[in-house]
Each structure stands twice: as structure tokens, then as C-alpha cells.
Ligand binder design. Sequence first.
Ligand code: SAH
Length: 491
Amino acid sequence: MSVALVGAGPGDPGLLTLRGAELLADAEAVVYDRLAAPALLDLAPPGAERIFVGKAPGDVAMTQDAINQTLVRLGAAGKRVVRLKGGDPFVFGRGGEEAQALERAGIEFEVVPGITSAISAPAYAGIPVTHRGLSTHVTVVTGHEDPAKERSDVDWEALAAAGGTLVILMGVARLEEIAARLLAAGRSGDTPLAAVARGTRPDQQTRRSTLGEVAEGGLPALSSPAVIVVGEVAALDLSWFEKRPLHGRTVVVTRAREQSSGLRRRLETLGARVVELPTIQIEDLPFELPELTGYAWIVFTSANGVSAFFERGLTASGLDARALAGSKVAAIGPGTADALAQRGVIVDVTPERFVAESLLEALPADGRGERVLIPRAEQARDVLPDGLAARGFGVDVLPVYRTTRAEPDAADLDAVRNGEVDCVTFTSSSTVWNFRDAIGDLGDVTPDVVSIGPVTSATAEQAGLPVTVEAAEHTIDGLVAAVCDLLGTKR
Ligand code: SAH
């Protein structure tokens, strides 16, 4: 019923406010521009209208007037509108003008402040904008104006005289002139200066210099967006973000989107840029839940199998974990065991290594005619059922889901083909084969391949994707450790 001007933060999606997330989750229309992180758009319901209003420098998809009119039109139509704005809406974001337009049109609006790049980009570069003993005030100023203009709105002389910390937004193009002007007004040539480009994003870059050097053209070309910090604090280097082990690295995740979030989050926390290239998707398979009392063992070989069995088997039949009371439960690895624990079941057996062969070893050597149920994917290896049958178990395989091919995004496939990624991770044989099909001929490009375990590795070799590193522990954590080993040694 109203329009919310929501600060999207500087780029790291984790820096959105809770109120912002709440409004996005309930939005009917989201109006966004280039500064908004794609991950934030995913927080809006799939059915919400997504309206891009551009605004890359030099490529103005929509004028400010047209944006204002769009907001007024959507607001007047009674929609719940979120206008996502980079950083904070009222810090050089022209959010004030949007609010004025809404007010004039009599449309209710709300402002959700965001984390501004003026403070957060320096923070992610390890620069506190104020610091005891070094700086008692901070001024945020636009560098967009021509500093040589006769009557400038920015009084660079007064700013130079005031000292303290100066944070310049939109200043990359005119940095040299600005530095010269500050020097001419009396700021010392030794004054430290830092430029933080693409702050809080996985490809953040910080360059340090001095005002004097920069006035002489001393700072190499910066990618945008960037903030410039001038003042004693710019010499502080409490760097942490750019020091993370995978900072600046790009890792491809080929798991199904439904399962990729854990791996993705772990890699991102270590600093990697993650390209999600889901090559498979999980599809529900209809199945009839058998009478469970006759099974001595229920053996789960994936977290997917657990969720399908519980949600579409037990829950759908009006049952819960107590239906498993008479059976022992085995899980192939910690991910599967976790999925069971979340549903109130503590497993009796997990193998030493997280592959079917090892799980087989962990189960009783003599089946004595006992019955085993294996809820799992439609297509899977038969090591486990065959092995158990050979030991005298009565084995029932219950297919509860299937994996089918997903169509990955063309731009993401191109990133791999162009050698723009540092490694590709595989968590199962099906991800390997479908990746191979989707990517086609890689020519001379040979991305490093990291595999979760021996079975996946063998498939990768067979598919012409030689494995660079195999996870020592065949789990998602093991895979992440292998990626760190690989990209760590290459540094
Ligand atoms: N409202 C925004 C600022 C918009 S003006 C905010 O509060 O952050 C656009 C300018 O913001 C860019 O020219 C650049 O100076 C700065 N900026 C935005 N995002 C940035 C980022 N991730 N890293 C560094 N600077 C950024």
C-alpha cells in the first residue's frame, strides 16, 4: 500500500537491515538499480515485479524524473513497493528527491536507512573513519562536481582547513584535481589517502597512497564504485576482509540450487566469489510409504533422501519420527546424519569414510534375513543394495527423488569457458556428467577441479575433467578445505 525507500547496503548482501529484508519478502514490486546486489532481489517473492532503472555512469537507463514517476505510478496503484537503493537512501542517493515526489503525489512512504558505503567500505578495508588521537570528525562529500568550477557547491578550501577525515564519494574521475585543490588549500602532501574500490564485495580492492602522490597522478586506475578516504586514519591498516583465504577467488558450485546454500555460504565466508552453476535439480518422485515395522534397518544415503522420505512419506501419511522406533538407522555421512537429527532421529551408524563401500563395511556382516529399506535417488550405484543382499539381508530400494538436468545460466557458463573462474567443485557423479554436457568443449581452458570423493573423482576423470584435489574427508566441509588447500598453495 506504500512505497519503501530501502537502503540495500554497499554490496555485501549480509549488510541489509532486518526491516529491509522484511519489506522485500512481502514486496509486490521491487525497483532497483546497478548498485543493488542480485542476492537481495532473490529475497522478494518469485512473483514480484522487478523493475530495473539502470543508472550506470554514462548509461542512464532512466532519468531521475522517470524513476520518480515510476514510484508514484506503482504507489498509486496500491502496490507494496520496495525501492532498493545502494548504501543509504539519503546519502547521495537522491532518495530525498524520490521521497519529495511521493509526498507531492500524496503517496505514503517509509524510509529504511541502510549501511552507507562511506563508512562500510573503509571499515571493510580496515580503516576506522574516526580514531582516538587521529581524527575527531568525518566529512562525507561528493567528488562529482567539477572542482575547477568558478562557484562550486563544495568548498574544498574550507574542507582542507577543517582537517579530520574526508570521505569522497563519486570522486574517482576527478581524484587528481581534488587532491591538487586540497593541497593548494593547505593540506599536507604527506596526508594519507586510501581508495577502496568495490567495497564489501568479493572483489574489493584497496590502494593506499598520499595526497601529494595522487595530485601527481600517482594512483593507478580504479574500478568503480570506489570511495576515497583522506586523512591520518587512511594510514591505518586493520585489514581483515581482503585477508580472508579465498578473497579474490572465484569458485563454481555445481550442486542443485536446492542444496547449494550451505556450500555457498561456507565459501563466501572465506572470501570467495561463488558462481552457482546448478547442473542438476531435485525432482520429487511419488512413492508409497511401506509398512516400516518390518525393517531392521533404514539406510539413508543423502540429505535429499531424508527430506523426501520424511516430508512426502511420513508427514504426508500423518506419521512422525516414532514410526522409525523399531528400526536401526544408518546414514552415509554427517550431512545426512544432520538432516536426520533435524527430524529428531539420532543415527545408529555412520561409516568411517563417507562412501557406499565404507557404509557397507559399517553394517553387520551377517544379514540373517533381516530386512533393510534404502530410501534414495532413482538413479544410484548398486554397491549398497547388492552388497547387503550378498550378506543375506532382504533389501528394498525405495526411490524417493530423482535428479534431472538443470539449465545453467549462459553467462555463468561463459565465465568458465573464458577461464574466469579459479576452480569447479563437484559433489556427485551426476553433477560431473551434467556439467560436462552443459559446458561442451572447453578447448584450452582447463579449470582446476575439486571433487568431494573417490567416486566423483573417477567420474570426473572419465568425463575428461582431471581432478586437481580430492577432499580428504568426503563431506561439504572436506570439499571446502580442499578448495582452500588448492587456492592457498597457488597464492
Ligand atoms: N547512497 C550510497 C551512495 C550513492 S552515490 C551510499 O550510501 O553508499 C554512489 C557512490 O557511492 C559511488 O560513486 C561510490 O563513491 C560510492 N559507493 C557505492 N557503493 C560502493 C562500494 N561498494 N564500494 C565503494 N564505493 C561505493
